[in-house]
Ligand binder design. Sequence first.
Ligand code: N01
Length: 504
Amino acid sequence: SRKVTDKAVANQTVRHLRTIIIGSGFAGLGLAIRLTQQGRDDFLVLERGSDVGGTWRDNTYPGAACDVPSHLYSYSFALNPDWSRSFSRQGEIQSYIQAVAEKYNVRDKHVFDCDVTSARWNNDTARWEISSSKGDFTADTIVSAVGALCEPNLPDIKGINSFEGEIFHSARWNHDSDLTGKRVAVIGTGASAIQIVPAIAGKVSHLDVYQRTAPWLLPRLDRPYTLPERLAFKHIPGAQRLSRAAIYAIRETQVVGLAKVPALMRGFEALSKAKLQFEIRDPELRKKVTPDYRIGCKRMLISNEYYPALDRDNVDVVTDPIAEIRTNSIVTEDGTEREVDAIVVATGFHVTDSPTYQTIFGRDGRSLTEVFDEIGQQGYKGSAIANYPNMFFLLGPNVGLGHTSMVYMIESQINYIADALATFENRNLRTVEVRRDAQDSFNAGLQRKLAKSVWSTGGCASWYLDKHGNNTTLWPDFTFEFRRITKRFDIDAYDTTTAPAASD
Ligand code: N01
């Protein structure tokens, strides 16, 4: 068998593959497993990190955990009866992903520490040309599986580069830095920050939390699984699938409030406000952290520790906008200067303006950035984009979720893309490219649904919106509807050309 090792790659100047997958988080790894199961050997996964896991490899900040229940947050073909608690922590999820890569024997298909610097379509050869830190590749088809939350967004705050203390992004946690006894600032109050704050509040001498927009918080129903539960998941056939189905069904009902009748979200607001009342003693602080938009408009967060952490004597919430960062302090617009030893930048990711878009060049030579600048971050079923022949996307436009497991969406896309790649082969295609009219009508349908949703009507700004103000990141319907439309590759929506009969 043809084993692909880093050495094998290094020994060749340009290596040609039938398919190249970029990225090995849940998405890329899942597709690699599927292709292997289909008996395909002619593909490689290029991964810039030194291990599988993607976001779960990168986000190692204190308190990192998933806000989707464990049983739903695993591949359907590799359930894990050993989850230790109802909401898993980062380390356990990363170990699960590593174990799946081992079990399905796909590590050999990876080139790790391989940073893809550009991917360019060549019309004449009908191949993708890929440059990377591990050399050049060509491929008939490529699949981007880089995910939406992988490029840290470092805020453009005046003076940030002059800070002389320790400063790092939540997704690039510096484990050499010991925050014990230090004066620390956390910038941001999103899903990452609300996990970091309670995890460090007890060890730092003082913590300033810089809040631009207050998040809505709901209870986190997290607990360790009991021994009888774990035994049941392991030994009673169907017990875990039943648990998954129940969690899935309950979570799906949220779509009605989020996407169809936002007024229904008021019940969640009442619950969240009661929680706020119960967990924060200081009325001034309560006022500061009360959100002023409809719940669900931004991602709903779950935590039982965040509010109590804010209520500690050594923690302050700062709501005045940051004006400047100096060598050892942060200055807000009201002129107050607060000294700090370390800054944690929990300001999220480049989503609709990902820098990776600048490095992908399609049929007319334009980068994805240029195309999205013109029409917004649009795609077809999250899996293809007009002007990018022979390229598929896992976690492309409008497949994100605010309420349930992305693994479900990923597996739907794996069905679709694996079928597309098989069709490509079986029909001896040279090129396959989604038709612009198919993409346009798909997006018109999406935007009609999104216009009614809480993400559009809820009165907030969020990373869900692209520069045209359209929500091009979230799926606005039941996830089983997405599963339905991705069940089979619908070649009618694509322009195709056929390869000449093979003579060499
Ligand atoms: O990032 P975010 P995140 N000055 O973009 C603020 C997933 N996730 O890393 O709201 C000051 O949500 C920004 O303020 P505002 C999940 O999908 C999941 O926390 O834009 N502040 C916001 O408060 C999540 O949605 C899990 O006004 C600035 C924060 O920084 C996604 O990842 C855990 C600023 C950014 O919040 C991203 O979450 C973690 C500036 N210049 C993440 N720029 C779980 O499963 C931004 N902000 C539990």
